[in-house]
Design a protein around this ligand. Structure first.
Ligand code: ATP
Length: 518
Protein backbone atom coordinates (compact mmCIF):
# COMPACT_ATOMS: atom_id res chain seq x y z
CA UNK A 1 0.00 0.00 0.00
CA UNK A 2 1.51 3.32 -1.01
CA UNK A 3 0.67 6.74 0.31
CA UNK A 4 -1.73 8.65 -1.93
CA UNK A 5 -1.18 12.33 -2.67
CA UNK A 6 -3.43 14.53 -0.56
CA UNK A 7 -2.70 17.46 -2.91
CA UNK A 8 -4.08 15.48 -5.84
CA UNK A 9 -7.13 14.35 -3.87
CA UNK A 10 -7.86 17.94 -2.84
CA UNK A 11 -7.33 19.19 -6.40
CA UNK A 12 -9.74 16.61 -7.82
CA UNK A 13 -12.26 17.34 -5.05
CA UNK A 14 -12.24 21.00 -6.05
CA UNK A 15 -12.12 20.42 -9.83
CA UNK A 16 -15.05 18.04 -9.87
CA UNK A 17 -17.18 19.79 -7.26
CA UNK A 18 -16.87 17.49 -4.28
CA UNK A 19 -15.45 19.97 -1.73
CA UNK A 20 -14.83 23.74 -1.89
CA UNK A 21 -13.23 26.02 0.62
CA UNK A 22 -15.97 27.91 2.49
CA UNK A 23 -16.24 31.62 1.59
CA UNK A 24 -13.52 31.08 -0.99
CA UNK A 25 -14.11 34.33 -2.89
CA UNK A 26 -13.31 36.18 0.35
CA UNK A 27 -10.12 34.24 0.91
CA UNK A 28 -11.67 31.28 2.72
CA UNK A 29 -12.29 30.68 6.40
CA UNK A 30 -9.92 28.39 8.25
CA UNK A 31 -11.62 25.19 9.40
CA UNK A 32 -14.79 25.54 7.28
CA UNK A 33 -15.61 23.63 4.10
CA UNK A 34 -18.51 23.51 1.66
CA UNK A 35 -19.64 20.57 -0.42
CA UNK A 36 -20.15 21.07 -4.15
CA UNK A 37 -22.84 19.31 -6.19
CA UNK A 38 -21.14 15.91 -6.24
CA UNK A 39 -19.95 16.20 -2.64
CA UNK A 40 -23.35 17.24 -1.32
CA UNK A 41 -24.95 14.16 -2.90
CA UNK A 42 -22.12 11.87 -1.72
CA UNK A 43 -22.51 13.20 1.82
CA UNK A 44 -26.28 12.73 1.67
CA UNK A 45 -25.84 9.17 0.42
CA UNK A 46 -23.48 8.34 3.28
CA UNK A 47 -25.86 9.90 5.81
CA UNK A 48 -28.79 8.02 4.24
CA UNK A 49 -26.86 4.73 4.38
CA UNK A 50 -26.22 5.31 8.08
CA UNK A 51 -29.89 6.20 8.67
CA UNK A 52 -31.05 3.11 6.81
CA UNK A 53 -28.63 0.76 8.61
CA UNK A 54 -28.97 2.32 12.07
CA UNK A 55 -32.59 3.46 12.25
CA UNK A 56 -34.80 1.88 9.59
CA UNK A 57 -33.24 -1.57 9.55
CA UNK A 58 -30.52 -1.69 12.21
CA UNK A 59 -27.55 -3.86 11.24
CA UNK A 60 -29.47 -5.25 8.27
CA UNK A 61 -31.81 -7.18 10.57
CA UNK A 62 -29.05 -9.02 12.44
CA UNK A 63 -30.32 -9.83 15.96
CA UNK A 64 -28.64 -8.33 19.02
CA UNK A 65 -26.81 -10.34 21.71
CA UNK A 66 -30.22 -10.95 23.38
CA UNK A 67 -31.37 -12.75 20.20
CA UNK A 68 -33.99 -10.09 19.44
CA UNK A 69 -34.18 -7.51 16.66
CA UNK A 70 -32.24 -4.34 17.46
CA UNK A 71 -34.57 -1.38 18.06
CA UNK A 72 -33.53 2.18 17.35
CA UNK A 73 -35.64 5.33 17.06
CA UNK A 74 -34.64 8.65 15.50
CA UNK A 75 -34.51 12.11 17.04
CA UNK A 76 -33.72 15.62 15.83
CA UNK A 77 -32.68 18.04 18.56
CA UNK A 78 -31.54 21.66 18.41
CA UNK A 79 -28.02 22.97 17.93
CA UNK A 80 -28.54 25.47 20.76
CA UNK A 81 -29.57 23.81 24.01
CA UNK A 82 -30.10 25.22 27.49
CA UNK A 83 -26.63 26.30 28.73
CA UNK A 84 -27.07 24.00 31.73
CA UNK A 85 -26.90 21.01 29.38
CA UNK A 86 -23.23 21.76 28.82
CA UNK A 87 -22.58 22.30 32.50
CA UNK A 88 -24.08 18.90 33.25
CA UNK A 89 -22.19 17.17 30.45
CA UNK A 90 -18.89 18.58 31.68
CA UNK A 91 -18.22 20.59 28.50
CA UNK A 92 -18.21 24.03 30.18
CA UNK A 93 -15.59 22.99 32.71
CA UNK A 94 -13.66 20.37 30.81
CA UNK A 95 -13.92 20.62 27.02
CA UNK A 96 -10.55 22.25 26.72
CA UNK A 97 -7.51 21.88 24.54
CA UNK A 98 -4.09 23.18 25.56
CA UNK A 99 -3.30 26.12 23.33
CA UNK A 100 0.02 27.87 22.79
CA UNK A 101 0.63 31.06 20.88
CA UNK A 102 3.69 32.28 19.08
CA UNK A 103 4.35 35.91 20.09
CA UNK A 104 6.48 36.42 17.00
CA UNK A 105 4.30 34.97 14.20
CA UNK A 106 0.93 35.18 15.98
CA UNK A 107 0.37 31.53 14.97
CA UNK A 108 -1.61 29.35 17.35
CA UNK A 109 -0.94 25.68 18.01
CA UNK A 110 -2.51 22.86 19.96
CA UNK A 111 0.24 22.00 22.44
CA UNK A 112 -0.38 18.27 22.22
CA UNK A 113 0.04 18.36 18.44
CA UNK A 114 3.48 19.96 18.48
CA UNK A 115 6.68 17.89 18.48
CA UNK A 116 10.26 18.99 19.06
CA UNK A 117 13.63 17.90 17.73
CA UNK A 118 16.45 17.63 20.24
CA UNK A 119 19.89 16.03 20.34
CA UNK A 120 20.06 12.25 20.52
CA UNK A 121 22.83 12.44 23.10
CA UNK A 122 20.78 14.72 25.37
CA UNK A 123 23.53 17.40 25.19
CA UNK A 124 22.12 20.76 24.17
CA UNK A 125 24.79 23.16 25.36
CA UNK A 126 22.69 26.30 25.05
CA UNK A 127 21.11 25.34 21.75
CA UNK A 128 17.29 25.45 21.37
CA UNK A 129 14.79 22.70 20.87
CA UNK A 130 13.28 22.89 17.40
CA UNK A 131 9.49 22.67 17.47
CA UNK A 132 7.44 21.54 14.48
CA UNK A 133 3.98 20.44 13.42
CA UNK A 134 4.07 17.01 11.78
CA UNK A 135 3.22 17.17 8.06
CA UNK A 136 3.54 20.98 8.01
CA UNK A 137 6.23 22.68 5.88
CA UNK A 138 8.03 23.62 9.09
CA UNK A 139 8.82 19.96 9.77
CA UNK A 140 11.56 19.63 7.13
CA UNK A 141 12.91 23.11 7.86
CA UNK A 142 13.24 22.47 11.58
CA UNK A 143 14.76 19.02 11.04
CA UNK A 144 17.46 20.55 8.87
CA UNK A 145 18.25 23.19 11.53
CA UNK A 146 18.26 20.59 14.31
CA UNK A 147 20.58 18.27 12.41
CA UNK A 148 22.92 21.16 11.75
CA UNK A 149 22.97 21.96 15.48
CA UNK A 150 23.11 18.44 16.90
CA UNK A 151 23.96 15.92 14.21
CA UNK A 152 21.74 13.02 15.17
CA UNK A 153 18.35 14.08 16.53
CA UNK A 154 15.33 12.58 18.26
CA UNK A 155 11.78 13.83 18.25
CA UNK A 156 9.33 13.91 21.18
CA UNK A 157 6.14 15.78 22.21
CA UNK A 158 6.54 19.42 23.22
CA UNK A 159 4.38 18.71 26.28
CA UNK A 160 7.23 16.60 27.72
CA UNK A 161 9.30 19.77 28.25
CA UNK A 162 9.10 21.59 31.56
CA UNK A 163 7.61 25.09 31.79
CA UNK A 164 11.10 26.58 32.14
CA UNK A 165 12.16 24.83 28.95
CA UNK A 166 9.65 26.82 26.89
CA UNK A 167 12.09 29.75 26.89
CA UNK A 168 14.54 27.56 24.92
CA UNK A 169 12.21 26.45 22.13
CA UNK A 170 12.35 27.72 18.57
CA UNK A 171 8.67 27.87 17.50
CA UNK A 172 7.65 26.00 14.33
CA UNK A 173 7.54 29.09 12.16
CA UNK A 174 9.58 31.51 14.27
CA UNK A 175 12.98 33.09 13.68
CA UNK A 176 13.80 33.82 17.34
CA UNK A 177 13.99 31.38 20.24
CA UNK A 178 11.51 31.68 23.13
CA UNK A 179 8.48 33.07 21.31
CA UNK A 180 6.06 30.33 22.41
CA UNK A 181 3.71 30.95 25.31
CA UNK A 182 3.06 28.25 27.87
CA UNK A 183 0.02 26.06 27.16
CA UNK A 184 -3.26 27.37 28.49
CA UNK A 185 -6.68 25.73 28.46
CA UNK A 186 -8.94 26.89 25.67
CA UNK A 187 -12.62 25.92 25.67
CA UNK A 188 -13.66 24.55 22.29
CA UNK A 189 -17.32 25.54 22.45
CA UNK A 190 -18.52 28.38 20.23
CA UNK A 191 -20.33 30.99 22.28
CA UNK A 192 -23.32 32.98 21.16
CA UNK A 193 -26.03 35.08 22.79
CA UNK A 194 -29.75 34.47 22.93
CA UNK A 195 -31.99 37.52 22.53
CA UNK A 196 -31.31 41.17 21.93
CA UNK A 197 -29.53 42.22 25.12
CA UNK A 198 -26.45 40.04 24.63
CA UNK A 199 -25.22 40.17 28.21
CA UNK A 200 -23.24 37.42 29.95
CA UNK A 201 -26.56 36.07 31.25
CA UNK A 202 -27.64 35.39 27.68
CA UNK A 203 -24.65 33.24 26.74
CA UNK A 204 -25.42 30.00 24.95
CA UNK A 205 -23.25 27.52 23.10
CA UNK A 206 -23.38 25.83 19.73
CA UNK A 207 -23.41 22.10 20.50
CA UNK A 208 -20.00 20.41 20.34
CA UNK A 209 -21.69 17.00 19.92
CA UNK A 210 -25.15 15.77 19.03
CA UNK A 211 -25.18 13.17 21.82
CA UNK A 212 -26.35 15.44 24.66
CA UNK A 213 -29.61 16.29 22.89
CA UNK A 214 -30.39 12.59 23.00
CA UNK A 215 -29.73 12.21 26.74
CA UNK A 216 -31.79 15.30 27.50
CA UNK A 217 -34.80 13.87 25.63
CA UNK A 218 -34.36 10.29 26.88
CA UNK A 219 -37.32 10.50 29.25
CA UNK A 220 -39.64 12.03 26.67
CA UNK A 221 -38.80 9.28 24.18
CA UNK A 222 -39.46 6.57 26.78
CA UNK A 223 -42.74 8.22 27.89
CA UNK A 224 -44.15 8.95 24.43
CA UNK A 225 -43.19 5.86 22.45
CA UNK A 226 -43.37 2.15 23.14
CA UNK A 227 -39.63 1.58 23.26
CA UNK A 228 -38.24 -0.71 25.94
CA UNK A 229 -34.67 -1.03 27.14
CA UNK A 230 -32.54 -2.22 25.36
CA UNK A 231 -33.04 0.31 22.57
CA UNK A 232 -31.18 3.10 20.84
CA UNK A 233 -31.84 6.73 19.91
CA UNK A 234 -30.07 8.08 16.85
CA UNK A 235 -29.56 11.47 15.32
CA UNK A 236 -27.42 13.18 12.73
CA UNK A 237 -26.59 16.85 12.61
CA UNK A 238 -24.11 19.68 12.76
CA UNK A 239 -21.70 20.09 15.64
CA UNK A 240 -19.26 22.92 16.25
CA UNK A 241 -15.84 22.95 17.87
CA UNK A 242 -13.57 25.93 17.87
CA UNK A 243 -10.56 23.72 17.10
CA UNK A 244 -7.23 25.36 17.90
CA UNK A 245 -5.58 24.05 14.75
CA UNK A 246 -8.09 22.93 12.13
CA UNK A 247 -6.18 21.00 9.50
CA UNK A 248 -5.90 18.07 7.16
CA UNK A 249 -8.65 19.16 4.77
CA UNK A 250 -12.06 18.38 6.31
CA UNK A 251 -10.63 15.97 8.93
CA UNK A 252 -10.51 18.57 11.70
CA UNK A 253 -13.08 21.25 10.90
CA UNK A 254 -14.76 23.79 13.14
CA UNK A 255 -18.22 22.99 11.78
CA UNK A 256 -18.92 19.36 10.99
CA UNK A 257 -21.65 16.77 10.99
CA UNK A 258 -21.97 13.81 13.30
CA UNK A 259 -23.99 10.61 13.18
CA UNK A 260 -24.49 9.46 16.75
CA UNK A 261 -26.49 6.73 18.38
CA UNK A 262 -26.93 6.20 22.11
CA UNK A 263 -27.87 2.62 22.90
CA UNK A 264 -29.50 2.22 26.33
CA UNK A 265 -29.19 -1.10 28.12
CA UNK A 266 -29.04 -2.62 31.60
CA UNK A 267 -25.60 -2.45 33.21
CA UNK A 268 -25.30 -6.24 33.24
CA UNK A 269 -25.73 -6.36 29.44
CA UNK A 270 -23.37 -3.50 28.63
CA UNK A 271 -20.38 -5.71 27.88
CA UNK A 272 -22.30 -7.77 25.29
CA UNK A 273 -23.76 -4.72 23.61
CA UNK A 274 -20.38 -3.02 23.51
CA UNK A 275 -18.91 -6.00 21.68
CA UNK A 276 -21.90 -6.12 19.37
CA UNK A 277 -21.66 -2.46 18.37
CA UNK A 278 -17.88 -2.56 17.99
CA UNK A 279 -18.14 -5.33 15.41
CA UNK A 280 -21.27 -3.91 13.73
CA UNK A 281 -19.74 -0.49 13.18
CA UNK A 282 -16.52 -1.90 11.78
CA UNK A 283 -18.55 -4.09 9.38
CA UNK A 284 -20.59 -1.08 8.29
CA UNK A 285 -17.59 0.95 7.18
CA UNK A 286 -16.25 -2.12 5.40
CA UNK A 287 -19.53 -2.55 3.53
CA UNK A 288 -19.06 0.91 2.00
CA UNK A 289 -15.76 0.06 0.41
CA UNK A 290 -13.28 0.92 3.19
CA UNK A 291 -12.29 -2.70 3.48
CA UNK A 292 -8.64 -3.67 3.63
CA UNK A 293 -5.51 -2.62 5.37
CA UNK A 294 -6.56 1.04 5.53
CA UNK A 295 -9.24 0.30 8.13
CA UNK A 296 -8.64 -0.87 11.69
CA UNK A 297 -10.37 -1.19 15.02
CA UNK A 298 -8.27 0.09 17.91
CA UNK A 299 -9.16 -0.63 21.51
CA UNK A 300 -8.10 2.27 23.79
CA UNK A 301 -5.38 1.77 26.38
CA UNK A 302 -6.64 2.04 29.97
CA UNK A 303 -4.81 5.37 30.50
CA UNK A 304 -6.55 6.90 27.46
CA UNK A 305 -10.02 6.33 28.90
CA UNK A 306 -12.30 9.13 30.05
CA UNK A 307 -13.14 9.05 33.76
CA UNK A 308 -16.66 7.68 33.19
CA UNK A 309 -15.32 4.83 31.06
CA UNK A 310 -12.61 3.62 33.45
CA UNK A 311 -14.47 0.59 34.77
CA UNK A 312 -16.57 0.05 31.68
CA UNK A 313 -16.73 -2.53 28.94
CA UNK A 314 -14.31 -0.52 26.83
CA UNK A 315 -13.76 2.24 24.31
CA UNK A 316 -12.46 1.75 20.79
CA UNK A 317 -12.10 3.68 17.57
CA UNK A 318 -12.73 2.67 14.01
CA UNK A 319 -9.73 4.23 12.31
CA UNK A 320 -8.80 4.90 8.71
CA UNK A 321 -5.32 5.32 7.33
CA UNK A 322 -5.62 8.75 5.68
CA UNK A 323 -2.77 9.93 3.42
CA UNK A 324 -1.97 12.65 5.99
CA UNK A 325 -1.81 10.19 8.90
CA UNK A 326 0.07 7.52 6.90
CA UNK A 327 1.49 5.13 8.04
CA UNK A 328 -0.67 5.81 11.10
CA UNK A 329 -4.44 5.98 11.36
CA UNK A 330 -7.00 8.69 12.21
CA UNK A 331 -10.33 8.32 14.02
CA UNK A 332 -13.48 7.88 11.94
CA UNK A 333 -15.83 6.77 14.67
CA UNK A 334 -15.60 6.13 18.40
CA UNK A 335 -17.53 3.35 20.13
CA UNK A 336 -17.69 3.88 23.89
CA UNK A 337 -19.34 2.40 26.92
CA UNK A 338 -20.29 5.65 28.67
CA UNK A 339 -21.74 3.90 31.76
CA UNK A 340 -24.76 5.90 33.03
CA UNK A 341 -22.62 9.01 33.39
CA UNK A 342 -24.65 11.34 31.16
CA UNK A 343 -28.10 10.39 32.44
CA UNK A 344 -26.96 10.61 36.06
CA UNK A 345 -25.38 14.05 35.50
CA UNK A 346 -28.53 15.36 33.79
CA UNK A 347 -30.62 13.88 36.57
CA UNK A 348 -28.50 15.71 39.13
CA UNK A 349 -28.41 19.05 37.31
CA UNK A 350 -32.05 19.11 36.16
CA UNK A 351 -33.40 17.60 39.41
CA UNK A 352 -35.69 15.42 37.27
CA UNK A 353 -35.96 11.70 37.79
CA UNK A 354 -34.62 10.10 34.62
CA UNK A 355 -34.77 6.52 35.87
CA UNK A 356 -36.26 3.85 33.68
CA UNK A 357 -38.73 1.34 35.06
CA UNK A 358 -38.01 -2.09 33.64
CA UNK A 359 -41.05 -4.32 34.16
CA UNK A 360 -39.18 -7.38 32.89
CA UNK A 361 -36.59 -7.41 35.68
CA UNK A 362 -36.54 -7.99 39.42
CA UNK A 363 -37.72 -10.93 41.47
CA UNK A 364 -40.58 -13.16 40.39
CA UNK A 365 -43.85 -12.39 42.23
CA UNK A 366 -46.33 -15.09 43.31
CA UNK A 367 -48.65 -14.02 40.50
CA UNK A 368 -45.99 -14.95 37.96
CA UNK A 369 -45.13 -11.35 37.04
CA UNK A 370 -41.77 -9.68 37.69
CA UNK A 371 -41.46 -7.07 40.43
CA UNK A 372 -39.68 -4.67 38.11
CA UNK A 373 -36.49 -2.67 38.56
CA UNK A 374 -35.78 1.04 38.43
CA UNK A 375 -32.41 2.08 37.08
CA UNK A 376 -30.47 4.57 35.00
CA UNK A 377 -29.56 2.63 31.86
CA UNK A 378 -25.98 2.28 30.73
CA UNK A 379 -25.08 3.55 27.30
CA UNK A 380 -23.04 2.24 24.40
CA UNK A 381 -22.33 5.09 22.00
CA UNK A 382 -21.17 4.66 18.42
CA UNK A 383 -20.29 8.26 17.40
CA UNK A 384 -19.24 8.76 13.80
CA UNK A 385 -18.13 11.82 11.86
CA UNK A 386 -19.94 12.26 8.56
CA UNK A 387 -17.36 14.61 7.10
CA UNK A 388 -14.52 12.31 8.11
CA UNK A 389 -16.49 9.47 6.54
CA UNK A 390 -16.79 11.36 3.26
CA UNK A 391 -13.10 12.19 3.42
CA UNK A 392 -12.17 8.53 3.97
CA UNK A 393 -14.39 7.54 1.04
CA UNK A 394 -12.72 10.15 -1.20
CA UNK A 395 -9.23 9.04 -0.14
CA UNK A 396 -10.02 5.35 -0.58
CA UNK A 397 -11.71 5.95 -3.96
CA UNK A 398 -8.91 8.05 -5.44
CA UNK A 399 -6.98 5.89 -7.89
CA UNK A 400 -4.23 6.75 -10.35
CA UNK A 401 -3.90 4.76 -13.54
CA UNK A 402 -1.85 6.32 -16.33
CA UNK A 403 -3.13 3.79 -18.86
CA UNK A 404 -6.73 5.02 -18.57
CA UNK A 405 -8.42 7.86 -20.47
CA UNK A 406 -8.70 9.60 -17.08
CA UNK A 407 -5.41 9.09 -15.26
CA UNK A 408 -7.27 9.79 -12.02
CA UNK A 409 -10.50 8.00 -11.19
CA UNK A 410 -12.75 7.68 -8.15
CA UNK A 411 -13.74 4.15 -7.24
CA UNK A 412 -16.66 5.15 -5.00
CA UNK A 413 -18.84 2.27 -3.79
CA UNK A 414 -21.99 2.10 -5.99
CA UNK A 415 -24.28 2.40 -2.96
CA UNK A 416 -23.02 5.88 -2.09
CA UNK A 417 -21.75 7.12 -5.48
CA UNK A 418 -23.32 10.53 -6.18
CA UNK A 419 -23.81 9.74 -9.89
CA UNK A 420 -25.27 6.26 -10.18
CA UNK A 421 -24.99 5.91 -13.94
CA UNK A 422 -24.56 7.85 -17.16
CA UNK A 423 -26.24 7.31 -20.51
CA UNK A 424 -24.56 8.31 -23.79
CA UNK A 425 -25.37 8.11 -27.47
CA UNK A 426 -22.19 6.93 -29.22
CA UNK A 427 -22.68 9.68 -31.80
CA UNK A 428 -25.11 12.56 -31.71
CA UNK A 429 -27.15 11.41 -34.74
CA UNK A 430 -28.94 8.46 -36.38
CA UNK A 431 -31.63 8.33 -33.71
CA UNK A 432 -29.12 7.49 -30.97
CA UNK A 433 -29.64 10.64 -28.86
CA UNK A 434 -33.41 10.09 -28.84
CA UNK A 435 -33.02 6.50 -27.60
CA UNK A 436 -30.43 7.47 -25.00
CA UNK A 437 -32.53 10.38 -23.74
CA UNK A 438 -35.49 8.02 -23.33
CA UNK A 439 -33.33 5.57 -21.35
CA UNK A 440 -31.97 8.46 -19.28
CA UNK A 441 -35.50 9.61 -18.39
CA UNK A 442 -36.52 6.09 -17.46
CA UNK A 443 -33.49 5.50 -15.22
CA UNK A 444 -33.78 8.95 -13.65
CA UNK A 445 -37.35 8.31 -12.67
CA UNK A 446 -36.40 5.03 -11.07
CA UNK A 447 -33.13 5.94 -9.36
CA UNK A 448 -32.93 9.69 -8.77
CA UNK A 449 -33.88 9.22 -5.12
CA UNK A 450 -30.44 7.69 -4.69
CA UNK A 451 -28.28 9.87 -6.93
CA UNK A 452 -27.93 11.44 -10.34
CA UNK A 453 -28.35 9.73 -13.69
CA UNK A 454 -26.41 11.79 -16.23
CA UNK A 455 -26.94 12.19 -19.94
CA UNK A 456 -24.03 13.47 -22.00
CA UNK A 457 -23.89 13.92 -25.76
CA UNK A 458 -20.85 16.18 -26.05
CA UNK A 459 -17.25 15.29 -26.98
CA UNK A 460 -15.75 11.91 -27.85
CA UNK A 461 -16.99 8.83 -26.03
CA UNK A 462 -13.52 8.39 -24.44
CA UNK A 463 -13.68 11.87 -22.92
CA UNK A 464 -17.18 11.23 -21.62
CA UNK A 465 -16.07 7.99 -19.94
CA UNK A 466 -13.10 9.85 -18.45
CA UNK A 467 -15.36 12.55 -16.96
CA UNK A 468 -17.55 9.90 -15.38
CA UNK A 469 -14.53 8.01 -13.99
CA UNK A 470 -13.43 11.16 -12.19
CA UNK A 471 -16.92 11.68 -10.78
CA UNK A 472 -16.94 8.11 -9.49
CA UNK A 473 -19.86 6.96 -11.70
CA UNK A 474 -19.89 3.15 -11.49
CA UNK A 475 -21.65 2.41 -14.80
CA UNK A 476 -22.04 4.04 -18.23
CA UNK A 477 -24.61 2.84 -20.78
CA UNK A 478 -23.99 3.63 -24.43
CA UNK A 479 -26.53 3.54 -27.23
CA UNK A 480 -24.63 2.69 -30.42
CA UNK A 481 -25.13 1.56 -34.01
CA UNK A 482 -26.29 -1.89 -32.93
CA UNK A 483 -28.95 -0.68 -30.52
CA UNK A 484 -31.72 -0.09 -33.05
CA UNK A 485 -31.36 -3.61 -34.47
CA UNK A 486 -30.54 -5.80 -31.48
CA UNK A 487 -32.27 -3.67 -28.80
CA UNK A 488 -29.12 -3.84 -26.69
CA UNK A 489 -26.71 -1.25 -25.25
CA UNK A 490 -23.17 -1.52 -23.97
CA UNK A 491 -22.48 -1.11 -20.29
CA UNK A 492 -19.02 -0.07 -19.18
CA UNK A 493 -17.72 -0.89 -15.74
CA UNK A 494 -15.78 2.00 -14.15
CA UNK A 495 -13.38 -0.14 -12.14
CA UNK A 496 -12.35 -2.59 -14.86
CA UNK A 497 -13.01 -0.49 -17.97
CA UNK A 498 -14.58 -3.59 -19.55
CA UNK A 499 -17.79 -3.53 -21.56
CA UNK A 500 -20.64 -5.96 -22.14
CA UNK A 501 -23.93 -5.81 -24.03
CA UNK A 502 -27.23 -6.03 -22.22
CA UNK A 503 -30.86 -5.80 -23.37
CA UNK A 504 -32.19 -2.24 -23.52
CA UNK A 505 -35.34 -3.18 -21.61
CA UNK A 506 -33.25 -4.82 -18.84
CA UNK A 507 -31.03 -1.82 -18.04
CA UNK A 508 -33.12 -0.67 -15.05
CA UNK A 509 -33.21 -4.11 -13.44
CA UNK A 510 -29.51 -4.66 -14.13
CA UNK A 511 -28.59 -1.32 -12.53
CA UNK A 512 -30.88 -1.85 -9.54
CA UNK A 513 -29.15 -5.14 -8.77
CA UNK A 514 -25.69 -3.56 -8.99
CA UNK A 515 -26.70 -0.68 -6.72
CA UNK A 516 -28.11 -3.10 -4.17
CA UNK A 517 -31.61 -1.72 -4.78
CA UNK A 518 -33.19 -4.66 -6.59
P1 ATP B 1 -10.47 13.92 17.89
O1 ATP B 1 -9.74 13.13 18.94
O2 ATP B 1 -10.02 13.60 16.49
O3 ATP B 1 -10.54 15.39 18.17
P2 ATP B 1 -12.81 13.17 19.29
O4 ATP B 1 -12.36 11.88 19.91
O5 ATP B 1 -12.83 14.41 20.10
O6 ATP B 1 -11.97 13.42 17.93
P3 ATP B 1 -15.58 12.54 19.38
O7 ATP B 1 -15.91 13.55 20.39
O8 ATP B 1 -15.52 11.11 19.77
O9 ATP B 1 -14.22 12.96 18.63
O10 ATP B 1 -16.58 12.75 18.15
C1 ATP B 1 -17.09 11.67 17.38
C2 ATP B 1 -16.70 11.81 15.93
O11 ATP B 1 -16.95 13.11 15.43
C3 ATP B 1 -15.22 11.57 15.65
O12 ATP B 1 -14.93 10.21 15.52
C4 ATP B 1 -15.02 12.30 14.34
O13 ATP B 1 -15.36 11.46 13.25
C5 ATP B 1 -16.01 13.45 14.42
N1 ATP B 1 -15.30 14.69 14.75
C6 ATP B 1 -14.91 15.12 15.96
N2 ATP B 1 -14.29 16.31 15.88
C7 ATP B 1 -14.29 16.64 14.56
C8 ATP B 1 -13.80 17.76 13.82
N3 ATP B 1 -13.22 18.80 14.41
N4 ATP B 1 -13.96 17.77 12.47
C9 ATP B 1 -14.58 16.74 11.84
N5 ATP B 1 -15.06 15.67 12.50
C10 ATP B 1 -14.92 15.61 13.84
Amino acid sequence: MTKKSMDKIMALSKRRGFVYQASEIYGGLNGFWDYGPLGAQLKKNLRDAWWQDMVMNPCGGKPGPNGEPVRIVPLDTTIIQHPKVWEASGHVAGFNDPQIDCRETKARYRADHVLVYGPKSGERAGKPWFAYMPDAPSEAKQLKKAEKAFGEVVSFPLTQLTKEDYASVLGPDAEKVGSLTEPRAFNLMFKTYIGATATEDDVAYLRPETAQGIFVQFKNVVDTTRVKVPFGIAQTGKSFRNEVTPRNFTFRSREFEQMEMEFFCHESDARDWYKFWREARMEWWKSLGLEGENLQLREHDPEELAHYAKNGAGVCDVEYRFPFTYPNFGELEGVAHRSNFDLSEHQKHSRQNLEYFDADRGELLPNGAKKGEKYLPHVIEPAAGLDRGVLAVLCEAFTEDASRPSPELMKIHPRIAPVKAAVFPLVNKEGMPETSEKLHQELSKRFNRFGFIEHDVKQSIGKRYARMDEAGTPFCFTVDGETAGSQTVTVRNRDTGTQERIALDQVGTWLGERLGLA
